[in-house]
Design a protein around this ligand. Structure first.
Ligand code: GLY
Ligand code: MN
Ligand code: MN
Length: 464
């Protein structure tokens, strides 16, 4: 948690940006796993953490954007609660930690919202992504759940996304701490990688580090010899010599900031020539990308597309692409090899601010605004700022179902060498990922150490 002043100044800035009505920031509650008292590990909403800092369930907050009044709502623990939870700070003490003095019981929020609605005041809220929050917001606002999305505050979404995108020095320090966990997770995985080991043993060891030294993983770990499946959560495979293992894992620091790294290496500890050829193409795109991640750069044109060009050149050199790299990218043929973006935002959410709507909803109607404000909510119009934090994760994947579909549909004729591609059907996939802070000079890789990434570096540590 940061100092109360950090949260106070963030709220003051948010209030200034919104300027009217009430801003309702919903905290998360426990989500039951299989019965009410056995919940999933609690994860606070990142926007609540950003403005109100308190990593505890069942809190709500309101900022009156006109008067400046800030209110925290929650219930003090009763003795019956404390029997189970142990002594807890009361709401007034929690409020003091983040600079809020107006602390009220949770049910008082009903009256505050009802009064504002009666006066016809705008209630700004973000589109909720959890069932429990949807139910509670619908009840508070008197809206059917299906109507919540139509009443979301676009102004609030943009303001929050813009503010959260640019990381302060203390946030970057928290990201550096998340890196330390990622470093330990990935170097441990590399050492464990040997024929006969089950993928889940490696995933478990990595997740143990995340849990022992931080708040746990920042997303479910991907540890698979089927790296061509982008988010492969099946880790039942037994490691076999000759295959590549893709490991994509990250942790949350104690301050809820995330790391997200991927490495791919041979189970045997030695790349075959064919694996090395493809690996070097991905590594080159990975190593070149940070120089394009410069303040003011446009993500799609200046960063993502240049990485695709670099990959396409490499694929041309090995004969998988017959045309020029430019023609392959222009024709959309790189979708066949890398059907995902080069980057996503990173912060308290591993895909930062995507709860604002990206991927979940169609933002096409907001494109003009996204271009004007350069926010991260619409990646096609994402302008990089000093302090933007983003992943750098190029990959090349050989996905038999996608290859078959493209071939059957006659796509990328004269561009893709389908005959040669047939020889890669059981290759798997390669991704290499680091986390980057944007600066005026280009991207800086987060971390004071290097997670092995070159062929030589990996061959020196895998299985050792
Ligand atoms: N770990 C998920 C991703 O890299 O986007
Ligand atoms: Mn990742
Ligand atoms: Mn990522």
């Amino acid at each position: 948690m940061f100092s109360a002043n950090t949260y106070k100044s963030r709220r003051a800035e948010l209030r200034k940006r919104i300027g009217n009505g009430l801003i309702l920031i919903a905290g998360n509650t426990y989500s039951p796993n299989n019965y009410p008292n056995n919940a999933y590990y609690f994860r606070q909403d990142s926007t609540f953490l950003y403005y109100f800092g308190l990593n505890l369930p069942t809190l709500m907050a309101v900022i009156d954007a006109e008067s400046g009044e800030e209110m925290l709502f929650g219930d003090d623990f009763t003795v019956e609660d404390i029997i189970w939870t142990g002594p807890q700070p009361c709401l007034v003490e929690l409020g003091a930690q983040v600079g809020v003095t107006n602390c009220q019981p949770l049910k008082a929020l009903d009256g505050v919202i009802a009064e504002a609605l009666k006066l016809g005041r705008k209630i700004h809220f973000l589109p909720p992504y959890r069932g429990e929050s949807k139910i509670e917001l619908a009840r508070l606002l008197g809206l059917p759940i299906a109507e919540l999305y139509n009443h979301k505050s676009v102004d609030l979404m943009f303001a929050v996304a813009e503010m959260r995108e640019v990381k302060s020095a203390e946030e970057i320090e928290a990201l550096e701490r998340a890196f330390q966990l990622g470093y330990a997770m990935h170097t441990t995985a590399m050492k464990m990688c040997k024929a006969g080991v089950v993928e889940r043993e490696i995933a478990g060891a990595m997740e143990g580090i995340a849990k022992a030294q931080g708040l746990g993983v920042s997303f479910p770990s991907i540890v698979s010899q089927h790296g061509e499946t982008l988010h492969n959560l099946n880790s039942d495979g037994v490691l076999e010599n000759g295959r590549l293992l893709l490991v994509d894992g990250g942790a949350e620091s104690l301050e809820n900031y995330c790391s997200d790294h991927t490495r791919t290496y041979p189970v045997s500890g030695k790349f075959t020539q064919k694996q090395k050829d493809i690996y070097e193409i991905v590594l080159r795109a990975h190593d070149e990308a940070p120089k394009n991640m410069r303040t003011g750069a446009m993500y799609m044109e200046d960063v993502h597309k240049k990485a695709l060009l670099s990959l396409a050149e490499g694929l041309h050199d090995v004969g998988l692409i017959n045309s020029s790299a430019e023609d392959a990218v222009e024709a959309g043929a790189m979708y066949l090899f890398m059907p995902h973006g080069l980057s996503h935002g990173l912060g308290m959410d591993v895909h930062d601010c995507e709860a604002m709507g990206e991927r979940s909803y169609d933002f096409s109607e907001m494109k003009e605004r996204a271009i004007a404000s350069g926010t991260c909510v619409y990646r096609a119009a994402w302008k990089l700022h000093e302090g933007t934090v983003m992943s750098n994760e190029p990959g090349i994947y050989f996905i038999p179902a996608l290859i078959d579909k493209s071939k059957a549909e006659g796509l990328y004729k004269g561009i893709v060498n389908y005959d040669l591609l047939d020889e890669y059907r059981d290759f798997g996939g390669i991704r290499i990922e680091d986390d980057i802070v944007v600066t005026a000079e280009g991207g800086r890789v987060i971390g004071d150490k290097h997670i092995p990434s070159t062929v030589e570096e990996l061959e020196a540590v895998v299985g050792k």
